[in-house]
Design a protein around this ligand. Structure first.
Ligand SMILES: [Zn+2]
Length: 220
């Protein structure tokens, strides 16, 4: 029996192992070959979305511009303030235009969208933040809901609160359809807070748990 066992071991080492190694080697080579043979992926420029707000059509094009009578909402995220001076006194015009267009399409579906808080001055944001710290008992808890002035996207003109606090159902329309217009809900704990963090037609990123994600990014 022991000899038979040894014979098996010998058979395994001398015959099966090289065959297995050979197979593995050729498989690895074939993978490399096929990777070389595969044509390079053609990276298409992101398509531009064009909006017809009378017929409620959205047209996708690879051209740089929309056809006449179609409205373009741009082809990138709006994550920088629009003013050259850095002084912001209103909602980013591009964000306002995206909201206005979404508002028209929502109305056709019988849904009323309203910006209940958009641009806030730094003083206003500080007041809201200080009040939230009092209310929640700590800066960490407060920042889940209201960010300090330097971190919040509201004083930068890059955030809007929609239908807060009375109409979560209406805001749900924007959560479902906002991507078409380049608008996304961004925090899991705030159904009302939207930002233009994508190009129109792109997929919205996963929700951050709460606003502290921006606090951390803003930290040195
Ligand atoms: Zn907000």
């Amino acid at each position: 029996m022991r000899w038979v066992h040894r014979e098996h071991t010998f058979f395994t080492l001398v015959v099966i192992l090289p065959v297995l190694l050979g197979l593995l080697f050729s498989f690895a080579n074939r993978r490399t070959d096929s990777a070389i043979d595969t044509p390079k992926e053609v990276v298409l420029s992101p398509s531009l979305q064009c909006f017809d707000t009378t017929e409620y059509l959205i047209y996708s094009t690879r051209q740089d511009q929309c056809p006449p009578d179609f409205l373009s909402l741009g082809n990138q995220a709006l994550t920088e303030s629009a003013t050259a001076s850095g002084i912001v006194e209103e909602i980013h015009p591009g964000l306002q235009q995206r909201f206005n267009t979404a508002q028209l399409f929502a109305a056709r579906d019988g849904v009323a969208l309203l910006i209940t808080s958009g641009f806030r001055s730094l003083e206003r944001q500080k007041f809201l933040y200080d009040r939230e710290v009092q209310l929640r008992g700590s800066e960490t808890e407060a920042a889940k809901w209201v960010l300090p002035p330097q971190s919040s996207h509201h004083p930068k003109g890059l955030a809007i609160d929609v239908n807060y606090p009375m109409d979560p159902a209406g805001a749900m329309w924007l959560e479902r359809n906002g991507w078409r217009f380049g608008l996304c809900r961004v925090y899991a704990n705030e159904w009302w807070h939207f930002e233009a963090v994508i190009a129109p037609g792109e997929r919205c990123p996963a929700l951050a748990p709460d606003a502290r994600v921006d606090l951390e990014r803003a930290a040195p």
